[in-house]
Design a protein around this ligand. Sequence first.
Ligand code: ZN
Ligand code: ZN
Length: 423
Amino acid sequence: MKNEKKRDDEVEISRDEYERAISNSPKYTSLLVSPDRDFLLSPDDTQVKVSDLEGKVIGIYFSANWYPPCRSFNNLLINTYEQLKSCNSEFEIVFVSSDEDVDAFNTFRAGMPWLAIPFSDVEAKKALNGRFDVEGIPCLVILQPNNNKDDATLHDGVELIYRYGVQAFPFTKERLEELQEEERKKQESQTISSLLVSIDRDVLLSHPNNKQVPIASLVGKTIGLYFSAKWCIPGMKFTPKLISIYKKIKELLREVVDDDQDFEIVYVSNDSNEIEFKSEFNTMPWLALPFGDDANKNLAKYFDVRGIPSLIILGPNGKTVTKNGRNLINLYQQNAYPFTEARVDMLEKKMDDEAKNLPKSEFHAGHKHELSLVSQGSGGGPFICCDCEEQGSGWAYQCIQCGYEVHPKCVKAVERDAYNSDH
Ligand SMILES: [Zn+2]
Ligand SMILES: [Zn+2]
């Protein structure tokens, strides 16, 4: 009797140990269940057992309907998911909602072809957010089957889907290394022609009347690829500025004796239709890819253009000089040309020297607090100028109280008294 009891205890202890071992290294699918739920919701609201996901690559997708970046990523994810499903890839997505109420959850989920944690399971959603340190949405965490070690889990699924789409599957470290290697090779062999010429087209459009210009004539020039569209609101402000700076650069180059140097811009359109394309291109003094040509989309993907307007600069050898052309135009106008690292270093140094003579603080027309001069190294950093609404970096006048920030060139200095009399 005594012996038997002892044996029972031993069995108990070893089961405890077994369970502890399980909970220390749970199957990755166990993250998706809760004490009283072993299922997920399918798009038609039927219950799908979590255990059905065994063996699949799983994307845990943190998102919410109210946040525009989530909605635009969601469309891309649906597209990627459907492509993967159509070739029977062992992949599943589980939506973890940050929606405000169940109606918003249902609205968002109506377009999703994948599974979801029920909206009411607040604890499970909280636990998943905590488990993967989710700091912002959209966030896509990718788990590998049969490998729940933290270093097999990818947290930058959103980035990978934007960058590589279905190519990224199955999202293993090995696959990503392959993709990076392919990318490196492509960039090494990049030329103007490899970027712009297609099987049935070796020309670009120019004014007037869409006259054709051979792409070969761009070899040896500094080229800006300008990604924009008529519907693009920041583009409405930036395009006229770029036109005026383009003309100034062309003028400067005409004065330079060295006629090896030339500059050209090619419009890479994201317009919704040909009428809008034509009306936009008609305002531009440079070249364009034909509307609807695959190169428009391929270039945006190749250069990983996430937002427009965007200006990518290629050097005379066709290699990428900078993806930051828009920012450099905003900071340095025509002086940014030819956009090289050496040029930017020189301009930064010049800006640092000039900043030494700027007042440490200013009152700016239209803002009630005093602004302080900051640099990248002293509290500043990349910002959006509250005056011209364009990007900035390096030096800025910043309001310590409310974060208002403007380019030094955008400050309209006023006397402190102008505000004291108001207050
Ligand atoms: Zn500004
Ligand atoms: Zn302020």
